[in-house]
Design a protein around this ligand. Sequence first.
Ligand SMILES: Nc1ncnc2c1ncn2[C@@H]1O[C@H](COP(=O)(O)OP(=O)(O)O)[C@@H](O)[C@H]1O
Ligand SMILES: [Mg+2]
Length: 179
Amino acid sequence: MEDLSLHILDIVENSVSAGAKNVEIVVSENRPRDLLRIEISDDGKGMNPAAVAHATDPFYTTRTTRKVGLGLALLEEAAKMANGSMDIHSVPGIGTKVIAIFQHSNIDRKPLGDMAATIVMLVAGSPDVEFTYRYEHDGYTFTFQTKEIRAQLRGLEMNSPDTLSFIREYITEHTVSLS
Ligand SMILES: Nc1ncnc2c1ncn2[C@@H]1O[C@H](COP(=O)(O)OP(=O)(O)O)[C@@H](O)[C@H]1O
Ligand SMILES: [Mg+2]
């Protein structure tokens, strides 16, 4: 995977598979501290400590469609390549939080990529889930919430082409990425 946005797509798909109704994605770029941080929190079914311990093992998966589970293993590898790390906090019945940090200036740190495309794909695939995307860099904060869009749909579907292209443009306009 070339871009962090594709890793994020993959990790959020775990949240959706875990039955999450609310998913929050926070990307913060902090150049003074030379950090890029990704945090993905959900209110899905969670994992017990043994499942968390196995979650980054490429041969551990609870999926039945494919024998290897790589989403978390690949994000951890991407973080480590950029002098960073990944952590998973999970409580059964409450939810899961995945935090990955990267050295911002590291030559091997992947670019953030197209977050608007990632959010659009998530909303298109799971129109009933509430997604929040917060993007912070050096004091600037942008927050996108499907909850706010939903309140203004006036009969349009959340995953209609018009809604999705509005979301794409809205996020693209407000995220001047530094990477
Ligand atoms: N947000 C989450 N909530 C609950 N379980 C999760 C979550 N993320 C990952 N898991 C568990 O960890 C396993 C490994 O995830 P992942 O590395 O993405 O591989 P895959 O999704 O292909 O199985 C999943 O099969 C699932 O059992
Ligand atoms: Mg996965």
